[in-house]
Design a protein around this ligand. Structure first.
Ligand SMILES: Cc1cc2nc3c(=O)[nH]c(=O)nc-3n(C[C@H](O)[C@H](O)[C@H](O)COP(=O)(O)OP(=O)(O)OC[C@H]3O[C@@H](n4cnc5c(N)ncnc54)[C@H](O)[C@@H]3O)c2cc1C
Length: 406
């Protein structure tokens, strides 16, 4: 006889968004199951993994409430200042730049740089110890039935999970989204995002740099410390978007050549630089699901939306989905209402889809405005950047949006 597990919420996909939702709900004693096609422990890689997330100030309370922030193995590096500038490879940032200071908004930091590996360590330390949560990994699931009574999932491990709400958190290619007939619209930027870490000679002083270059933006994001054996005492992560053909050439370079190209794009602010650890690359696309819900199902994270990494907001959007859905489910359970019913799903969609569409539009507009080397446009946007720097309320409004506090 297959074992049947009855839960309130079943989450398919234990990436950063699905796993955080599982921890947030289980921490509030909502019975949950989460499953992932990949085994969880090997996600904690031994080798230095330079991939990092800029976790916005507004996302930190989500991770704290889920008991994850407290379990990060290393203190995340705060981003206290952000220098935004137009630039050209091999040249310093334009002096007509814009500096955001967290202190000017009354916050200690815009956000914190959390290594992907650290987040995984914290999630893996949290998930198995929540009595309300059952974890299945590696496992996949088929929807066996779906109706007014709930959803039944047949797991590849043999168990049957019956839930009132099913959450699709399997990332961009979400099979559950497709099976529910939810259409998506997509956009290819014809760019590749190169991600990793580099050591540098001069201190970053907790400052991030967003350099707008004609072929795509280059971001330097401060890390707490350089790993043991690094050639320089300080380290930062980079998210460097470039045209596909150029990025492929860059990725084929050896460490010396790649480090030279990094130095040309980081504006010379950090002295000598040297790439460390592995480089990762992702083709850059945007995606919007036409709906975030289907019968007894909600989409969260990259299953619902995908945006350009120009503003480092992709995962933060997912954390906002987590906050909205967790609040609605916890309130519904407390009020004795159906946590997977049409009323709750409509409230979730109304809370999240317009906000995510706005972020998608804003990141797309930024990419288009700044990814253009046409000289008159470049001059105009440099003046625009400098003007925003001088208009205090506008600058603070931008900063609060980036922090997820807008
Ligand atoms: C270059 C680049 C840089 C970025 N930088 C930032 C940043 O600085 N800040 C930020 O906020 N965001 C950033 N992002 C975005 C961020 O990486 C994503 O938004 C985030 O990973 C989405 O998390 P997720 O849990 O929704 O999906 P994913 O991370 O894709 O996780 C999905 C999970 O589902 C599992 N899965 C898949 N299919 C199945 C299945 N059929 N059954 C069961 N499980 C399944 C997978 O194994 C995986 O564990 C960046 C993205 C890129 C491309």
């Amino acid at each position: 006889m297959a074992q049947t597990l009855n839960v309130t919420v079943a989450i398919v996909g234990a990436g950063p968004v699905g796993a955080t939702l599982a921890a947030a709900l289980a921490a509030a004693n909502i019975p949950c199951a989460v499953l992932d096609a990949a085994p969880l422990p090997p996600m904690e890689m031994q080798a230095f993994d330079g991939r990092c997330y800029a976790v916005a100030a507004g996302s930190r309370p989500v991770l704290e409430a889920a008991g994850i922030w407290q379990r990060l193995p290393e203190p995340p590096c705060p981003i206290e200042r952000i220098l935004v500038a137009d630039g050209e490879p091999g040249r310093p940032p334009s002096p007509l730049s814009l500096t955001f200071r967290a202190a000017e908004t009354g916050q200690e930091a815009f956000g914190w740089m959390v290594e992907a590996r650290s987040l995984r360590v914290a999630l893996n330390a949290r998930l198995p110890h929540l009595p309300a949560l059952s974890v299945f990994a590696p496992a996949t699931a088929e929807v066996a039935s779906r109706g007014p009574e709930g959803v039944s999932l047949q797991l590849s491990t043999g168990e049957v999970v019956h839930a009132q709400l099913l959450v699709a958190a399997e990332g961009r290619r979400s099979p559950l989204r497709g099976q529910a007939g939810i259409r998506t619209t997509g956009l290819d930027y014809h760019q590749i995002g190169m991600v990793g870490a580099f050591a540098h000679e001069r201190a970053h002083d907790n400052q991030a740099l967003e350099m707008f270059l004609a072929n795509g933006p280059f971001a330097q994001l401060p890390l707490s410390h350089a790993p043991a054996g690094a050639p320089f005492p300080h380290a930062s992560a980079f998210v460097w978007s470039d045209k596909t053909a150029i990025a492929k050439r860059m990725l084929a370079l050896d460490d010396d050549g790649f480090s030279r190209e990094l130095a040309r794009r980081s504006g010379g602010l950090l002295g000598e630089v040297r790439v460390i650890g592995q480089r990762w690359s992702y083709p850059l696309t945007a995606m919007a699901a036409e709906r975030y819900t289907a019968e007894r199902m909600a989409l969260v994270g990259d299953a619902a939306h995908g945006i350009h990494p120009i503003a480092g907001q992709g995962l933060n959007l997912g954390f906002r989905d987590v906050a909205a859905l967790a609040d609605l489910v916890i309130a519904a359970v407390a009020a004795g209402e159906d946590p997977g019913g049409p009323a709750l799903l409509a409230r979730y969609q109304a809370a999240r889809r317009p906000a995510a569409m706005m972020m998608l539009g804003a990141t797309h507009a930024l990419e288009k405005l700044f990814g253009n080397g046409f000289p008159p446009l470049r001059a105009a946007r440099r003046l625009g950047i400098a003007a925003v720097d001088r208009i205090g309320p506008l600058k603070r409004a931008f900063a609060r949006q980036a922090m997820g506090l807008g």
